[in-house]
Design a protein around this ligand. Structure first.
Ligand code: RB5
Length: 151
């Protein structure tokens, strides 16, 4: 499975830990930065990672900033993206089962690295449940269709 990884300076340490964890577990990781803690703008990295997922150049994306909020907001502006900000395994599981999230966001300043790696494992190994959730996800994407093409 191909995974694109991105972060801002606030998420750098956790991104490095996630990257190491994913590579150790056999994932094909595309780390698009940042590569140090110099200050950058999270919208740039959230958008770049999301575009890679939207273009199917990666199966899933993981984005990290200080809180996970800014970078998840940025990713969710890209058409086709359902980026879930998760702080625990239950959210990670449900974001896959019910929301078919194709991107995961986490906050380096919010959760510990052990919790974050467990979130990643659960998120990557949980399938979308489909059924009634299929209808809801479809409705979700229809909202996007109605608003984003007006610009
Ligand atoms: C950067 O200081 C911080 O604002 C950013 O990493 C993130 O938490 C934004 O939502």
């Amino acid at each position: 499975m191909k995974i694109v990884l991105a972060c801002d300076h606030g998420g750098f340490e956790l991104k490095e830990a996630v990257k190491e964890h994913l590579i150790k577990n056999g994932y094909d990781v595309n780390d698009i930065g940042v590569y140090n803690t110099n200050s950058v703008d999270y919208p740039d990295y959230g958008k770049n990672a999301a575009e890679i997922v939207a273009k199917n150049e990666a199966d899933k994306g993981i984005v990290i900033c200080g809180t996970g909020i800014g970078i998840s907001l940025a990713a969710n502006k890209v058409k086709g993206i359902r980026c879930a900000l998760c702080t625990n395994e239950y959210m990670a599981k449900m974001s896959r089962m019910h929301n078919d999230a194709n991107m995961l966001a986490m906050g380096n300043r919010v959760i510990g690295h052990g919790v974050a790696l467990d979130i990643v494992d659960v998120w990557l190994s949980t399938a979308f449940e489909g059924g009634r959730h299929e209808v809801r996800v479809k409705k979700l994407m229809e909202i996007e269709k109605n608003y984003k093409e007006e610009e």
